[in-house]
Write a protein that binds this ligand. Structure first.
Ligand SMILES: Cc1ncc(COP(=O)(O)O)c(C=O)c1O
Length: 394
């Protein structure tokens, strides 16, 4: 694999090599003592899961922090997505979704016996292109499942307009949106329901975890039943629910993480600025969009490499960064539509998804997390610039 790259590139990379591996992200940890104090409380109460005290506390604080009053915690985001499909009675048919996402988006549909219909994305937002959604809708379509990729908003008005006209639901995969506010409102509060992920790799984490945001209290009550086997009381089981409960240890971690999340976002904002200053003028590199009306969360910092203008491909740039002990990730490559389980679907044909195909070939998510030293960020920028100069001239 590494054959074919000029020795000079490797030398440039080695000159910027970091002493320790720089990963694309790293979880910010609360202090061990603060977590141990919570664990001591859990031991004392002997209440480990099933809507415990810390679970209730975290749910209330998150609803307040996000400005999303009707929020239910889950053991992870994927189960929250399954519960949302059940809540909205999205059953037996097709769901229009994006191929430029994490596997869980399409897999949740498949687990519910639904067929994903992949639709191409917008070249700027990298989210579902509303201009193409209508054409993907058939009498079998039950819903639209868009993803606010990297915490960048979908065209929520256009998507809602299509759903209203066609009488179908909109369920957002809002896994990346923690803390992002769009037009003064939590990005996770749009649609008939929205899922958040609190996985360890996310900006806000409960180790594994997630939440579902719904528009009103009645639906939150339904969600709370669905995530606890449908159990109403000791002798009443009302609906075929699932086990989606968050336990007390996860909630404890979340309570502590929440205390530091504003610092996390501020540190990421500073990192994003260094990337913008350092990479803004590099030929062939496109930076992430900065939509109006969005308070960003800086969950990711994706760049897009145009091989002709940059002088080398995204994969070669990736390889050079690995030589420098820096590990960016190709989120999202390959597209979901390229997985063996989906590639035979009529909607998965690459020629129908040219924008998503190009994004998947060009994207590289650069390291961003609060403890990332700014000199590492400057190294990533310098390395990229020097490689472009060498490759562009070559
Ligand atoms: C876009 C997207 N959807 C769904 C998920 C699944 O969430 P979880 O890992 O919490 O199940 C993730 C991340 O893990 C994600 O990035």
């Amino acid at each position: 694999m590494e054959r074919g790259l000029p020795k000079a590139y490797e030398e440039i990379a080695r000159a910027h090599a970091r002493p320790e591996r720089v990963y694309v992200t790293r979880p910010a940890m609360p202090s061990l003592e603060s977590f141990q104090a919570h664990v001591a409380g859990i031991w004392e109460r002997r209440w480990l899961t099933n809507a415990g005290r810390l679970h209730g506390e975290l749910e209330g604080r998150l609803a307040e922090y996000l400005g999303a009053p009707h929020l239910s915690l889950f053991c992870n985001g994927t189960i929250a997505l399954l519960a949302a499909l059940r809540l909205l009675k999205i059953e037996g048919g097709e769901v229009v979704t994006t191929p430029f996402t994490f596997p869980a988006t399409a897999h949740a549909l498949t687990w519910m016996g639904l067929r994903p219909v992949f639709c191409d994305i917008d070249p700027v937002t990298l989210n579902l292109d509303p201009g193409r959604i209508e054409a993907a809708i058939t009498p079998e379509t039950r819903a639209i499942l868009p993803v606010h990729v990297y915490g960048i908003p979908c065209d929520v008005d256009a998507i809602q307009g299509i759903a209203d006209r066609r009488g179908i639901r909109v369920l957002y995969d809002a896994a990346h949106t923690f803390g992002a506010r769009f037009r003064g409102r939590a990005l996770a509060a749009y649609g008939d329901a929205a899922m958040l992920s609190f996985h360890a790799t996310k900006l806000f984490s409960t180790i594994e975890g997630g939440a579902l945001v719904v528009p009103d209290a009645a639906r939150k009550r339904e969600v709370d039943l669905l995530k606890n086997f449908g159990i109403v009381d000791a002798e009443t089981v009302a609906v075929p629910g699932i086990n989606g409960k968050m336990n007390e240890f996860q909630a404890a971690f979340g309570l502590l993480h929440l205390e530091q999340v504003d610092r996390e976002i501020a540190a990421r904002r500073a990192i994003a600025q260094v990337y913008r200053d350092g990479l803004g003028e590099v030929p062939g590199i496109t930076l992430p969009s900065e939509p109006a009306d969005l308070e960003q969360n800086y969950a990711y910092f994706p760049i897009f490499v145009d091989p002709a203008a940059f002088g080398m491909s995204r994969d070669d740039l990736h390889r050079c960064m690995l030589w420098a002990n820096i590990e960016p990730r190709k989120y999202f490559h390959p597209l979901c539509s390229r997985y063996p389980c989906y590639r035979e679907l009529p909607s998965a044909r690459p020629e129908l998804l040219p924008v998503a195909e190009r994004a998947a070939e060009r994207v590289l998510c650069l390291p961003v997390y609060s403890e990332l030293p700014l000199d590492a960020v400057r190294d990533v920028c310098a390395l990229t610039r020097e490689l472009q100069e060498a490759a562009g001239a070559g």
